[in-house]
Every structure is written in structure tokens, then in C-alpha cells.
Design a protein around this ligand. Sequence first.
Ligand SMILES: NC(=O)c1ccc[n+]([C@@H]2O[C@H](COP(=O)([O-])OP(=O)(O)OC[C@H]3O[C@@H](n4cnc5c(N)ncnc54)[C@H](O)[C@@H]3O)[C@@H](O)[C@H]2O)c1
Length: 232
Amino acid sequence: MSQQRTGSPGNTPGTPDFPDIPEATVARLPEYLRALHSLAEAGHDTASSESLAVAAGVNSAKLRKDLSHLGSNGTRGVGYNVERLIGQIEHVLGLTTLRAVALVGVGNLGHALAGYSGFTTRGFHIAALFDADPTRVGERINNLVVRHIDELAAVVDTCRIAIGVIATPAHAAQGVADVLVNSGVTSILNFAPCVLSVPDGVDVRKVDLAVELQILSFHEHRKAALTGTVTL
Ligand SMILES: NC(=O)c1ccc[n+]([C@@H]2O[C@H](COP(=O)([O-])OP(=O)(O)OC[C@H]3O[C@@H](n4cnc5c(N)ncnc54)[C@H](O)[C@@H]3O)[C@@H](O)[C@H]2O)c1
């Protein structure tokens, strides 16, 4: 996942209740949270920085530095209190209440996202589905009825939706982003392979599996070159 150019500055100014945290640290907090939930489910009350770092797939020095931004330094010889750290990270990420998300574009990808029930345990619920195709409007997925995109503004207001997910073809994505922003949505997750233009104060993140595969392709290509199978 990458952060596209957004309409807001990189770091939110810190306050005593909401510390200034580097973007790179914020990007790793969900991994720490996932690792902590796994440790809690396995019955661990505490976790050393080393065991937490292994579970999260980072090195322990980086993990300690990241967690120090939250004011969490652990206890020497004991480590971190798992439940307390879960609470701190959820507080910083704003996950203490379920966030309502609107999904626009209910085709192949949108169907899969709408049908996935795992978002709720991670702090989100898909509150509304939208599409422009009249043949899709009215379809029921996971107890939600697909609505026409023209209804988006009213639903965003009623359901207090702040996050929009775009799963339309690239040519439609900017128009959908404009509708979302004009309706009051201030964060967008974009699956369409294009760059969106948004005003100040709107955050955009982009998911592109093809980009991730191309990066893996680079590593495959380099490994082959190093072993002499192919030349760069
Ligand atoms: N990020 C990734 O890793 C990834 C992976 C797969 C697909 N994609 C992208 O996700 C998008 C969706 O792919 P798909 O295979 O589901 O496509 P799809 O054609 O099956 O579905 C797209 C849906 O968007 C709807 N739509 C079109 N214009 C619209 C508009 N203006 N307002 C509302 N709805 C509109 C269509 O009616 C359709 O239901 C594409 O941009 C594709 O490139 C991204």
C-alpha cells in the first residue's frame, strides 16, 4: 500500500493527547497491533520487544523506537503489557469506535471486499455500497443493498461516513473521488490504478497489487542476475 500525494501535511501536529508520530511509524502500528492480538489470543499477558518484533516482522530496535513515540517503553525484564499496548495503539489509530466506510464500485473486486467479514475485527465496517450500473443497484451483499452513486451524499451524511473505498475502473475513479469529497468524505482508499487529485485535508492511500508484484519481479530478476542465470 502506498500513500499517494494527499491534500494534508505528512505529520499531524502533536498534542499531549495525540503525540506527533512519524508517518513511517504510523504505517507500522497496524502490524504491531495484529501481532499483539495474536499474542493475546495465544494467552500472553506480556511480550518482550524481541518477541513482538519477530511477530511483527521488524527489528526490535525499530520497534522500541516506534513504541517510544507512543510513550510506551515497556518494563525492563518484563517487556510490554500486551492489553495496555493494544489499547494505546488502538487509541492512536482511532480504532476505539467502529468506523463506517463507503465502498464505491461493486464489480469483481468490490464484491470480494463487500463480502469480507474480517474488517469489523480490525475497526471498520462497510456501511454502504454504491455503483453506477443500474443492473447492480438493488443487489444484496452481506446484508447491504447496493445503492446508486447518486444517493452517496445523503448516505454519507446519515451514516457519518468519513472513509471511502474506490473499486471502479480507473477512468471513473477521479469522478467518484470528487463525489466522495463533495459529500464530506475526508479519507480515500483507492484500488483503481490512477493518481487522484484531492483538495487539502483529504488523505488518499492507494493499493496496487500489480506494483507489489512488479517489485517482487525486480527482486527475482536481481537474484537471477546474481546467480548468473540472466544478465541485468
Ligand atoms: N489494487 C489492486 O490490487 C487491484 C486488484 C484488482 C483490481 N483493481 C482495480 O480495481 C478496480 C475494479 O476492478 P474490477 O475487476 O472489480 O472491475 P469491474 O469492472 O468488475 O467493477 C467495476 C465496478 O465499478 C462500477 N462503476 C463504474 N463507474 C462507476 C461510477 N462512476 N460510479 C460508481 N460505480 C462505477 C461498475 O459498474 C462496476 O460494477 C479497477 O480499477 C481495477 O484496475 C485493483
